[in-house]
Ligand binder design. Structure first.
Ligand SMILES: C[S@@+](CC[C@H](N)C(=O)[O-])C[C@H]1O[C@@H](n2cnc3c(N)ncnc32)[C@H](O)[C@@H]1O
Length: 282
């Protein structure tokens, strides 16, 4: 396991994933019934953008670093909970600390909502465990993500969001992500599943999307944000999310928010947003 999220925290892919996650959590909060977020690849919790790892890549400058100036009113209203978490994490102003998905989520969740945060990397798992030491709403585990989903689904709350966010380091990771989604849906058909994938000059996105389409799941939305052209050896040109059991009207919100983010984070005229149904709601 070479991947460490500290090198990539706050980049354009994090901004896409986290702003969409925030909207999903806000949708879940419209009903009083508690829900659970299962973050199968949780990372370390919070990242220091002034730290050695983030400094080595400077990736956050092309992501969250480009969001300082306000957007139009409608986009700002959708981003408000995300901005509120960033402000709470940085009470001195500026943007030194950036939340990982489990920290961001828990700050927006209610007293009765629950988080399962799973991280396999032994060092990040220890940091994550410490981060949530005094947090009764969090259940921190350190197992393979596939095992975690098998063990934790269906959740006792019977309402939930499941985030599948692997690093796609291993050759078979696209197939494994789709397999986790398929197995997850068998255990918890009504769950809202969010599967992240990279847009690179390779077949990963195609493999993931073909696999997701083949599941025949309901209300499957594809959300992509591209910041530049993909070329061999050129790394991450953008990223995407396949959302299963998409909440009602989330697509309309994302059709406002994602183009605004792509316009800001895209290089030159390369910023491109896609919000499209893979399979529309029945
Ligand atoms: C993209 S990062 C997660 C970022 C995090 N979800 C966020 O948005 O802040 C992927 C994480 O998955 C972890 N990981 C890699 N393989 C894993 C596996 N088989 N099971 C669980 N976690 C794994 C990595 O150590 C890394 O921390």
């Amino acid at each position: 396991m070479n991947y460490r999220h500290a090198y990539h925290a706050g980049n354009h892919a994090d901004v896409l994933k986290h702003t969409v996650l925030v909207r999903l959590i806000e949708h879940m909060k419209k009903k009083p019934k508690p829900f659970r977020l299962i973050d199968a690849h949780a990372g370390a919790g919070v990242y220091d953008l002034a730290g050695i790892e983030a400094g080595k890549t400077g990736e956050s400058q092309g992501g969250i670093g480009k969001l300082e100036a306000p957007f139009d009113q409608e986009t700002e209203a959708l981003l408000q909970p995300y901005r509120a978490v960033l402000a709470a994490l940085n009470p001195q102003g500026g943007l030194r600390y950036y939340p990982g998905s489990p920290d961001l989520a828990l700050r927006l969740m209610r007293d009765d909502d629950r988080l399962t945060a799973n991280e396999l990397h032994p060092q990040d798992a220890i940091v994550l465990e410490r981060h949530f030491l005094r947090e009764p709403r969090a259940d921190v585990t350190s197992m393979d993500a596939e095992t975690c989903l098998k063990a934790r689904l269906p959740p006792p709350e019977r309402r939930g969001i499941i985030l599948i966010d692997p690093p796609y380091e291993a050759a078979n990771e696209a197939e494994k992500s789709v397999r986790m989604l398929a197995q997850g849906l068998q255990r918890f058909a009504q769950g809202i599943f969010v599967l992240w994938y990279p847009l690179k000059a390779d077949a990963t996105a195609e493999t993931v999307l073909a696999g997701v389409a083949g599941l025949g799941a309901d209300a499957v939305l594809k959300v992509e944000l591209r910041v530049r052209e993909a070329f061999a050896g050129g790394g991450l040109a953008g990223s995407g999310l396949a959302i299963v059991n998409t909440p009602w009207r989330l697509d309309a919100e994302l059709r406002v928010m994602i183009p605004a983010l792509a316009g800001r984070m895209g290089l030159g005229n390369w910023g491109q947003a896609t919000v499209a149904w893979i399979s529309p709601p029945k």
